[in-house]
Design a protein around this ligand. Structure first.
Ligand code: SP5
Ligand code: ZN
Length: 345
């Protein structure tokens, strides 16, 4: 199974995040990638391929130009404003209230952080642009491999992507790696592509990007948003709009869900994917569904991840697995390897 990673993706190392009212060390740390790399080596995988550099142009297929420009200079602008450490927003435009839009470079960095970010858990540091850029290139390179005929590939994207929308970041995500890969597969000639998101959290960014599109199916199994991040979306009645009506499927499950509760939802999502008619698959793989994850509440066991891979393989589609969450840092690798081995023919 070919897989892709660049050490430049380690450059994003935030200090602290504000998580449910407490300041804690960032859960999404570079060591996650190190442990996944080590686990894949242990499991006999080959060395990773370096991502190819596609430039910034493909990012604009899923992100607004002003947003990309903001991320590129955000940390320099933060420093220019006299601040040190991590750039975090502290003021947000209230929904329903008056708010000056769009933001311009004349607006304070604090205004622009609040405009482009939706949470207080996603610090920007000096290496964030570089890491997020190469994480996106890793996903795009994975899509290239599929377009060249590789049946199964793994993009070790880090930082993750599924919470990032066209014009916003948050939830530890900057560029939507899975969305970029799906868009690339569309452009490579797949008329329909499916993104199946098995991260513990709803992929609000991916859902937003493809909300009105019928050519990219978005299916997600995640924690009930009544109790869990991102709270504001991921409800079962969100099914897409316009050309995308019916091409979004949300299957929220309660905290405590184990494989017995998870498997029927996975089977339902696979049936809907078949009905959509996609010819290529992108898996947004979060292993924060593992019972030991420090910020999540499902109860999947390590062996369940192999079963998950076997189920996904039943679609019989060229498949790119894109890394999303998973924060039990030392244990994420085995779970990732099990999904990949389960997917293998
Ligand atoms: C890609 C991804 O998995 N992003 C997740 C972002 C979640 N950020 C906020 C999590 C809030 C949950 N806090 C639970 C703490 C339990 N001790
Ligand atoms: Zn997650």
């Amino acid at each position: 199974i070919p897989w892709i990673f660049s050490p430049l993706q380690r450059s994003h190392a935030g200090g602290e995040e504000l998580n449910r009212g407490s300041i804690v060390p960032c859960h999404e740390c570079p060591e996650r990638a190190d442990f996944i790399t080590a686990a894949l080596r242990d499991q006999g995988f080959a060395e990773p391929l370096a991502p190819r550099d596609h430039g910034e142009q493909p990012l604009l297929a899923c992100h607004d130009a002003d947003f990309v420009a903001f991320l590129k200079t955000a940390y320099a602008d933060w420093r220019a404003s006299g601040r040190e450490g991590s750039a975090l927003p502290f003021t947000f435009p209230a929904s329903g209230g008056m708010a000056r839009r769009p933001m311009t470079p004349q607006n304070s960095i604090f205004a622009r952080l609040g405009h482009y970010c939706f949470d207080v858990g996603t610090p920007i540091v000096g290496g964030t642009w570089e890491a997020a850029y190469w994480s996106a290139q890793t996903a795009l390179t994975g899509a290239d491999l599929l377009a060249e005929g590789v049946p199964l590939a793994f993009a070790l994207c880090r930082p993750p992507g599924h919470h990032a929308g066209r014009g916003y970041y948050g939830g530890y995500c900057f560029f939507n790696n899975a969305a970029l890969a799906a868009e690339s597969l569309r452009q490579a000639g797949h008329a329909k592509v499916a993104i199946l998101d098995v991260d513990y959290h709803h992929g609000n960014g991916t859902q937003d990007i493809f909300w009105q599109r019928g050519d990219v199916f978005y299916g997600s199994i995640h924690a009930e948003p009544l109790t869990d991040f991102p709270y504001f979306c991921g409800y079962a009645d969100e099914t897409g709009a316009g050309d995308g009506a019916g091409a979004t499927l949300n299957l929220p499950l309660p905290r405590g869900t184990d494989w017995q509760g998870y498997q029927p939802a996975l089977e339902q999502m696979l049936a809907a994917t078949k009905a959509h008619g996609a010819t290529a698959l992108v898996v947004s793989l979060g292993v924060d569904t593992w019972y030991g994850d420090p910020i999540s509440g499902f109860a999947l066991q390590t062996e369940d991840f192999a079963a998950m891979g076997q189920h996904l393989a039943l679609l019989g589609l060229p498949t790119l697995v894109v890394m999303e969450g998973g924060y039990a840092v030392a244990d994420v690798g085995k779970n990732v390897a099990n999904v990949l081995r389960g997917l293998e023919p």
